[in-house]
Design a protein around this ligand. Structure first.
Ligand SMILES: [Ca+2]
Ligand SMILES: [Ca+2]
Length: 174
């Protein structure tokens, strides 16, 4: 019986170390995939507000602990928002961040994490920047935006206006 318990404990320890390894902080694998700087009817936050939004994707094969990753709308102040402890983006998953001009990170009743960051996106064009410790990891520059048309990453790595926005899902061009 004692041996059995030891074996089970060993398996439990192995499993916990495996799952710990599966959460990385490989921020270079977090990509900006879609941006909307003039949101009218496309997407509301849980308060019913149509804030501008940024879509991120975890392109790695591991879940990523986002804590410490910075986000901004320019290069002068890279850390307008820093992801707090406890935000994990699952492998292959998308996250939509609302650009609301105030900071709030909360878990909704359905278990999803809703993030509002303290800056807005200008429909006249600006940037979205991901960084860690002053190193820029991903940056997207966009020009003038039209209401409810997103600016989205294509499979070939280029960006284009997209009139079929897909916040939180694979980009789609028609
Ligand atoms: Ca701005
Ligand atoms: Ca999308």
């Amino acid at each position: 019986m004692k041996k059995m318990i030891t074996v089970l404990l060993t398996i439990a320890l192995l499993l916990s170390s495996v799952s710990a390894l599966a959460v990385t902080r490989d921020f270079g694998m977090i990509k900006i995939t879609e941006v909307m700087a003039s949101n009218g009817e496309t997407l509301d936050d849980s308060y019913g507000k149509s804030c501008d939004w940024i879509e991120l994707k975890n392109t790695s094969d591991d879940d990523i602990d986002m804590s410490g990753l910075n986000m901004s709308d320019g290069k002068k102040n890279l850390a307008k928002f820093t992801f707090p402890e406890g935000v994990v983006l699952a492998k292959g998953a998308y996250m939509v961040v609302f650009c609301a001009d105030y900071e709030k990170v909360e878990t909704l009743s359905d278990g999803t994490v809703e993030i509002h960051v303290p800056f807005k996106l200008s429909a006249d064009g600006e940037k979205v920047v991901l960084s860690y410790q002053d190193v820029i990891l991903d940056i997207v520059r966009f020009d003038k935006q039209t209401k409810d048309v997103s600016y989205a990453l294509k499979d070939d790595g280029t960006w284009a206006y997209c009139d079929t926005p897909t916040p939180g899902a694979d980009n789609k061009f028609e």
